[in-house]
Design a binder for this molecule. Structure first.
Ligand SMILES: [Zn+2]
Length: 348
């Protein structure tokens, strides 16, 4: 009798342990993903939906270069199956501390659970000469703020979907379909639904990247069919703006805006009085109407230039959750496009 009870108990304990073992979570196909940036979290959730569990090291309200490595982040990193970062040294100040502190072999550099999303994106400002600290916080791999170009959002979605499929192969078709859906929504948000239906997203981007989209649309008599962000910012082409940090280069290049000057004398170096006097001179000469800055920067430098020149200070988040209503990639770009239009044209 006692032997039988022991057997029953052993089976029951084995069953309970099986229920709670981490292996069961893997079998259930739910990778635990840790991202550094809220844009990465948002895109990963859009692709993985209820098949992944995603957490993030930042809230979207901080300077993405200056996240402090809290002990709670190491706990999140310890549990992660996949670590996703922007790369190009955006996370250089804290990444190693968190990954080392987590002691999680799976998410170390070179392991399947480590993903640097920047590897395939279109990069800007990659230095062609030797750089040193005298140039400020210049990144040797190029400007890391690439997610503000919707073309790069497409590439980011593909990269993340491929990695999720690698870690969770049984849901490959699901991740691929969700990624394709995200890309289609980016294309429609960028060029308008009608143009995407007529020409397809790939062709539109290829024309845009080669600088031939405008002439092609005119030649085919389709220039009245444009929509989306492209059509909204088209009338502003060539307009000069001032930015706080070199974090808007991808956005301004994509939408044909020009950066006349920055409030930071060099990337990551706070504005100095002498530099600001130069910015005031440039803004006055070129009649710059708008100063773009992320909400986490001290507003005083921008307010000083605005006061001296009559330009408007426009606070725009460049992270998901960085501003009320900015809840995903689409509202992030919508918000930026709408605010820039409003500031320059006086229309939303
Ligand atoms: Zn930066």
């Amino acid at each position: 009798m006692r032997k039988r009870i022991t057997v029953v108990l052993t089976v029951a304990i084995a069953f309970l342990l099986a229920l709670h073992s981490p292996r069961r979570a893997e079998c259930a196909g739910k990778p635990n993903v840790l991202t550094t940036h809220t844009v990465l979290k948002s895109i990963t959730e859009t692709i993985g939906k209820d098949h992944v569990s995603v957490s993030c090291l930042s809230t979207g309200k901080e300077d993405p270069h200056a996240i402090s490595a809290k002990p709670s982040y190491m706990v999140s990193a310890r549990k992660a199956d996949l670590f996703i970062k922007m790369g190009m040294e955006l996370e250089i100040g804290y990444e190693q501390l968190i990954v080392d502190g987590a002691r999680n072999y799976k998410i170390r550099y070179g392991q399947p659970g480590y993903l640097d999303v920047s590897l395939d994106v279109l990069r800007r400002e990659v230095p062609t000469t030797r750089i040193d600290r005298s140039l400020g916080d210049v990144h040797p791999l190029g400007n890391p703020h690439y997610w503000m170009d919707p073309y790069n959002a497409r590439i980011m979605a593909h990269t993340i979907a491929n990695k999720l499929a690698e870690l969770d192969p049984q849901n490959t078709a699901y991740y691929t379909a969700n990624s394709a859906d995200f890309v289609r929504r980016v294309d429609e948000a960028m060029f308008g639904k009608s143009l995407v239906e007529q020409l397809g997203g790939d062709k539109l981007w290829s024309l845009d990247l080669s600088g031939k989209l405008d002439s092609y649309l005119i030649e085919k008599g389709l220039n009245g069919n444009t929509g989306g962000w492209y059509a909204q910012l088209k009338p502003l082409g060539g307009t000069e703006v001032i930015t706080y940090h070199r974090s808007w280069v991808y956005f301004t290049d994509r939408f044909n805006l020009k950066i006349a000057s920055e409030l930071e004398p060099k990337p990551g170096i706070p504005p100095s009085p002498s530099h600001l006097l130069g910015v005031v001179q440039t803004a006055s000469q070129r009649k710059v109407k708008v100063i773009l800055m992320e909400p986490f920067y001290d507003p005083r430098a921008a307010e000083f230039v605005a006061l001296k020149t009559g330009a408007k200070v426009v606070e725009i988040a460049n992270a998901v959750n960085g501003w009320p209503g900015v809840t995903d990639y689409f509202s992030l770009i919508d918000n930026a496009v709408g605010k820039i239009r409003q500031a320059i044209l006086g229309a939303a």
